[in-house]
Design a protein around this ligand. Structure first.
Ligand code: HPA
Length: 270
């Protein structure tokens, strides 16, 4: 694993030599964020040794290097989901590569379904904590000591300082944000009524099919994580509950400018 990471890093550095300080992972329907960056280089996943290749509609599949708010960053346009059939170690491979490129913080976005009954479609939820029990942990297997410790502490997966800063940024811009708990599920099915109700009882504010494995790998390596969900559907509700991927993408697109503003300002304060 370590040598695969190193080979990917070596290739990327042969194409772009500047070290990014932050990595940005863009969720479903949230790809146009990149227009805010001053792009310096784009590298297709298909060109990078050992990189998985994205298959989902709405994910284009490349690393984009450039500046955001004057800081060197790398953005993943397209991420890898467990439901696509990747092993959890594949899902987190790019996060590990970003760490070895020099990244200290990871900014993660996702589309999520609300299980908190006060949330509305289009709302933003800053992730304060997560529950990972419904998806396989990417650290299962022999520990790679060069990456981190066997039993990582998970008392604060989402950095509280960044969350405080984000709250101030949102407030100053008149953007309302929630702060809540994200439950990860494997997907690709959306949840049944009974499952949304169960997640709500268990303490979930939102549910989604990404982010948590990436966060675990990042925390394992000592990276600072900031996570934000765009609420694209209300899972827990009384009426007939149908959800389509198209609706999710549409809702994400609407909320994207708010999310972009917060990420951009936050990166500027690193
Ligand atoms: N459930 C799981 N994943 C999701 C949802 C949802 O309701 N919405 C967007 N991603």
């Amino acid at each position: 694993m370590l040598s695969k990471i190193q080979e990917a890093v070596k290739y990327i550095q042969s194409r772009h030599s500047k070290a990014p300080i932050a990595g940005i992972v863009l969720g479903s329907g949230l790809g146009s964020f990149v227009s805010e960056m001053k792009v310096e280089a784009e590298i297709l996943y298909t060109d990078i040794p050992h990189f998985p290749v994205s298959t989902v509609e709405g994910h284009s599949g490349k690393l984009i290097f450039g500046t955001l708010s004057g800081r060197e960053v790398v953005a993943m346009a397209g991420r890898f989901h467990y439901y696509e059939g990747y092993r959890p170690t594949d899902v987190v491979f790019p996060i590990r590569v970003m760490k070895f490129l020099g990244v200290q913080s990871i900014f993660i976005s996702n589309a999520a379904g609300a299980t908190n009954t006060s949330y509305k479609v289009g709302d933003l939820m800053m992730i304060s904590d997560h529950v990972s029990f419904f998806t396989p942990n990417p650290l299962v297997g022999k520990n790679i000591n060069e990456l981190g410790t066997r039993f990582p502490d998970m008392s604060e997966p989402y950095n509280s300082l960044l969350r405080e800063k984000a709250k101030k940024i949102a407030e100053a811009a008149g953007i309302h944000i929630h702060e809540g708990v994200y439950f990860s599920v494997t997907g690709p099915t959306f949840e049944t009524h009974a499952e949304y109700r169960m997640l709500n009882i268990l303490g979930a504010d939102a549910v989604g099919m990404s982010t948590v494995q990436e966060t675990i790998a990042a925390v394992h390596m000592g990276l600072t994580v900031f996570g934000m969900s765009v609420i694209t559907d209300i899972g827990i509700r009384d009426d007939k509950n149908t959800i389509t991927h198209a609706e999710v993408l549409e809702a994400a697109k609407h909320a994207e400018p708010k999310l972009t503003h917060i990420f951009k300002e936050l990166v500027g304060q690193l």
